[in-house]
Design a protein around this ligand. Structure first.
Ligand code: HEC
Length: 481
């Protein structure tokens, strides 16, 4: 989908500019929108932003109408640049449970809203209205840091406190946690609560005795939950090591987090273990922008649950790929412009099943002095061997139903671009998806655009999946007058 009415807005801008004798400061501000703060924008802030943008959290608050309105041009820019919310994996490669990036429709909403003077609602609430018991409730985004996403933990363990100095940058503190286990236990999940959310950017957890990587906390995905019936083995007396990545705020801060553990009732039918690929250079690199590779041929069937690359300055991109025994190649992750501030794991929505004989590879590009790049950034995989378990979702739903959602559109064709397979459509409310607006849509590959012309009234399905939105089953309807 493309931003709506861009060309119309430009035309209107030029016209007004000509009449007034000077070009408008922002041609785009002429566009109108049906996107409202109280309806579409607040939902986006809830889903993607307030876990970091709130009082006493990492960044300036973006919860109320006034806060979002004041930041709307920066929000527009950051959405278009894909700078916010931070997420480095390239769209369309891999399907990650903890992906916090904006979808294309969400970007379109933010851009359209910012360019159209940021409407609040239908006029039901006014910014300056007195707050009375009978006044309509003011809509704003919320975050509930006290809520346990995985439910009440079986065991809650406090961590030792750390002091974070003002303006400290990327400090790594290691805290050893003793859950005082007297017998072997199986860990199906964990959830972390930082003590002070102004300074904690990421926390990685591992078992001290076995080195097993357990997963990580990030501000937007605060837990690790293995797909049932899998669990990590915690030997009796095991300790958990938390590596906390801090960025100081303007004051010194004492942070004391707590870790919730969730135990499985039965031992895991397969043991999850870690696999580490660390690219190296055999001979000193001669290129100014070194490319480092590490590959491993799998000697058994393997299912990859999650992976986490180390990151440091100079790492430009990272590609994780699998070459199957039949020669086909699947890219599991491609990440670039990786923000150093936000180390994150990539948790597959469904574990990736790789057959014995597959070659798993990691390719990294660095922008730094080759002497410093003798060693690449290690990538840790958590995986289990053997045949894949069907996930709960796969058991109950066919994969297509999981991937795509369908909506009904009714509207008028404004223009047809057969070469690019796109239609501009003025449509009414699309229940469950968006309000009435004029915008450009891609069409499915089986649609025949030759039979359509501007002015046609149509009905169509709108298909929304992880990476795209398009029209399918387009039917011309008799004109209604
Ligand atoms: C993982 C945490 C995180 C998430 C999620 C996040 N932000 Fe940010 N954002 C930050 C931090 C940290 C800054 C810089 C700190 C500051 O300026 O106070 C920032 C800065 C910004 C800025 C200022 C301009 C800039 O680029 O520096 C805007 C605008 C912004 N974010 C919008 C958003 C929007 C909109 C979303 C949701 C779609 C979002 N952010 C999600 C952490 C986050």
């Amino acid at each position: 989908m493309k931003a709506c009415l861009t060309s119309l807005a430009l035309a209107a801008g030029v016209l007004i500019g000509a009449v007034l004798g000077s070009p408008p400061a922002r041609a785009h501000a002429q566009a109108t929108t049906t996107v409202q703060f109280d309806r579409e924008i607040v939902r986006i802030l809830d889903d993607h932003c307030v876990m970091c943008h709130a009082d006493k959290v990492l960044a300036f608050p973006l919860a109320t109408y006034e806060q979002a309105y004041a930041a709307r041009w920066q929000i527009r820019k950051d959405a278009l640049d894909r700078h916010m919310a931070p997420w480095a994996a390239v769209l369309g490669v891999g399907d990650f449970a903890n992906d916090n990036s904006l979808t294309q429709p969400e970007i379109d909403f933010l851009v359209s809203w910012a360019e159209s003077f940021g409407p609040r609602n239908n006029g039901e609430v006014y910014a300056a209205a007195a707050v009375t018991a009978s006044a309509p409730k003011v809509v704003q985004a919320h975050v509930d840091p006290a809520r346990w996403a995985l439910g009440k933990p079986d065991l809650l363990v406090p961590l030792a406190a750390n002091t974070v100095e003002p303006q400290e940058v990327g400090a790594l503190r290691r805290v050893v946690i003793d859950p005082k286990l007297t017998s072997e236990r199986w860990l199906r999940g964990l959830e972390y609560k930082p003590g002070d959310r102004r300074v904690v950017h990421a926390v990685a957890f591992a078992i001290q005795e076995t080195g097993q990587w357990l997963g990580s906390w990030t501000p937007w995905y605060g837990f690790v939950s293995l797909p049932a019936p899998l669990a990590y083995r915690l030997p009796a007396g095991a300790h958990i090591v938390a590596e906390i990545r801090y960025f100081g705020s303007k004051d010194a801060v004492v942070d004391q987090g707590s870790l919730g553990l969730y135990f499985a009732a039965a031992p895991s039918p397969r043991e999850i273990s870690s696999l580490v690929l660390e690219p190296t250079v055999a001979t000193p690199a001669v290129s100014a922008a070194p490319k480092l590779v590490s590959a491993r041929k799998l000697d058994q069937d393997l299912n990859i649950v999650a992976l986490q690359p180390q990151i440091w300055p100079g790492l430009q991109s990272i590609e994780v790929a699998a070459r199957m025994p039949d020669g086909t190649r699947q890219v599991l992750l491609f990440a670039k412009d990786i923000p150093l501030q936000w180390p994150t794991p990539y948790i597959f929505s469904t574990p990736v099943a790789l057959a014995k004989g597959t070659e798993l590879s990691v390719i990294e590009h660095f922008s730094i002095n080759p002497a410093d790049a003798g060693r690449g950034a290690a990538v840790t995989f958590s995986a289990y061997a053997g045949a894949p378990f069907p996930t709960e979702q796969q058991k109950s739903q066919p994969p297509e139903a999981l991937a795509a959602r369908h909506f009904k559109l009714q509207g008028t064709v404004k223009s047809v671009d057969a070469a690019d397979k796109q239609l501009v459509i003025q449509h009414g409310d699309i229940p469950g998806l968006m309000g009435a607006m004029t915008m450009s849509y891609d069409v499915g590959k089986h649609e025949d655009l030759q039979k359509l012309k501007a002015g046609d009234e149509i009905q169509s399905d709108v298909v929304v999946n992880e990476s795209s939105t398009y029209l399918e089953n387009i039917k011309v309807t008799p004109k209604t007058k």
